[in-house]
Write a protein that binds this ligand. Structure first.
Ligand code: SPV
Ligand code: MG
Length: 430
């Protein structure tokens, strides 16, 4: 580097995993232009517009600070570069070519150009290796598993949607929607016992055995990278549970939900709960303890699902259980309800918030579906699971198509209502 260039600053904002080949290339190329300052985006800033990277801020910072050619690492607390650029007045801002010319990033790029122009700064855009190589990171089960904890720490609410097979999971994986200039997406995949059973035309009563459920998970893992929460019904027997936990952990699942019910398994949304009994607090606490001791890492979160409202046992019972479950190893509490309004779960949240055994709350707004996420956030919920909506949307669509073909004795009449083969194939191949 010439003497003159030595005093120039080169600003690179990074929002992904530092040790990707393309980032290293970017840093190497930039080092010819001046001293490199990495604007390391905070987890929170990233989560506001896309999935947070696998490594958290401190892990990324440690790596970035120790890279050759990096002069300094500063935190960038928003997607917008303005604050850091004005503070540092870098001669150059560096970015990967072609990765921010479209969509929401386009405005950020234009803004950067406008700001640095004030001190004759320049934008440098470099071609880097195909980002597919960076995707290698995503294949690591340990990194996928750890994503849920990170999302819980960095987002106001973490949003899961049910997938009943790989194709529905792929929709969750890839869908991004621009809502009021924020790129919205689902944070992860709920592997529902109801949806998994119904897809196999079986009732939600454990007729689909655990191995088959694990196979469904495997299919979904193959085509996605987002975190998965597994619905394990009541977790099975004490003899089986440690193996289930280890298996899920090995696969890279982020959380297991266990409900405090015993006896004949009934889906909680059925009004008839005859035969379904709630486990004793003591038994279920032992199960939670067993689950939490069976895991190798703390990244597989244990979610205790309380069925007190489902079985009309009331608020006091739910609260007593929440405290006990929390004490015995639950990382999160799922308070289930089949009421038409969220009143009972909101009352529960209000009281539980004050407990010294408080744990982040999960809800499943299937029957109180008119409840907006903002309201859930306001009442202290951290994870929302939309538990069955994709399954419920394919069923009527298939019925309409089948009826149309039967009625018209040809398929032409339904053509404009169904997707083209090309559309589906391109989703798979992309
Ligand atoms: C599931 O989706 O299988 C659940 C949630 O367990 S519920 O159907 O509400 O019981
Ligand atoms: Mg279930």
């Amino acid at each position: 580097m010439s003497e003159n260039k030595k005093k120039h600053l080169c600003y690179i904002a990074l929002s992904d995993n530092i040790l990707s080949k393309s980032n290293i290339e970017l840093i190497k190329k930039s080092s010819k232009y001046g001293k490199i300052v990495i604007g390391l985006m905070s987890d929170k800033a990233i989560s506001e517009y896309k999935t947070a990277p696998l490594l958290n801020f401190n892990q990324r910072k440690l790596i970035a600070e120790n890279l050759k050619n990096v002069y300094k690492v500063v935190e960038q607390t928003s997607r917008d570069y303005t604050e850091n650029l004005i503070k540092l007045k870098p001669k150059y801002v560096v970015h990967k070519k072609n990765s921010w010319h479209k969509g929401l990033q386009k405005r950020t790029r234009e803004n950067v150009i406008k700001i640095i122009k004030k001190w004759s700064g320049k934008l440098l855009e470099f071609t880097t290796t195909d980002e597919k190589e960076d995707k290698f990171f995503e294949l690591n089960p340990a990194l996928r598993r750890n994503k849920l904890i990170r999302l819980i720490r960095s987002k106001k609410i973490v949003r899961f949607l049910e997938a009943h097979n790989s194709l529905s999971a792929l929709i969750i994986e890839k869908l991004k929607l621009n809502v009021k200039n924020i790129s919205e997406e689902f944070d992860g995949i709920w592997c529902s016992s109801l949806a998994d059973s119904a897809t196999r035309a079986k009732p939600d009563n454990q007729s689909v055995d655990l191995n088959t459920r694990i196979n469904s998970l495997n299919d979904i893992l193959e085509t996605t990278s987002k975190p998965i929460i597994f619905d394990a019904d009541n977790g099975g027997t004490d003899e089986q549970l440690p193996y289930t936990i280890k298996n899920l952990e090995r696969m890279g699942i982020s959380a297991i939900v266990m409900e405090d019910k015993i006896g004949v398994k009934k889906n909680s949304l059925f009004s008839d709960q005859a035969g379904a009994k709630q486990d004793s607090v003591k038994n279920f606490c032992n199960k939670l303890k067993l689950a939490s001791l069976s895991r190798i890492t703390n990244d597989l979160l244990i979610v205790a699902r309380i069925e007190s409202f489902i079985l009309n046992k009331g608020l006091a019972d739910a609260l007593k259980r929440a405290e006990a479950y929390s004490k015995f190893g639950a990382d999160l509490i799922l308070i289930h309800s089949k009421a038409k309004t969220p009143n009972e779960i909101f009352k529960f949240a209000q009281k539980f918030k004050k407990s010294k055994y408080y744990k982040p709350l999960v809800c499943v707004p299937s029957t109180y579906s008119n409840t907006h996420e903002d309201d859930l956030i306001k009442h202290g919920f951290k994870v929302v699971i939309y538990a069955n909506q994709l399954l419920r949307s394919v069923y009527p669509a298939m019925l309409i198509t089948a009826k149309s073909i039967l009625k018209n004795k040809k398929s032409k009449n339904i053509e404009n209502k169904i997707s083209s083969i090309k559309e589906i194939i391109s989703l798979i191949e992309k």
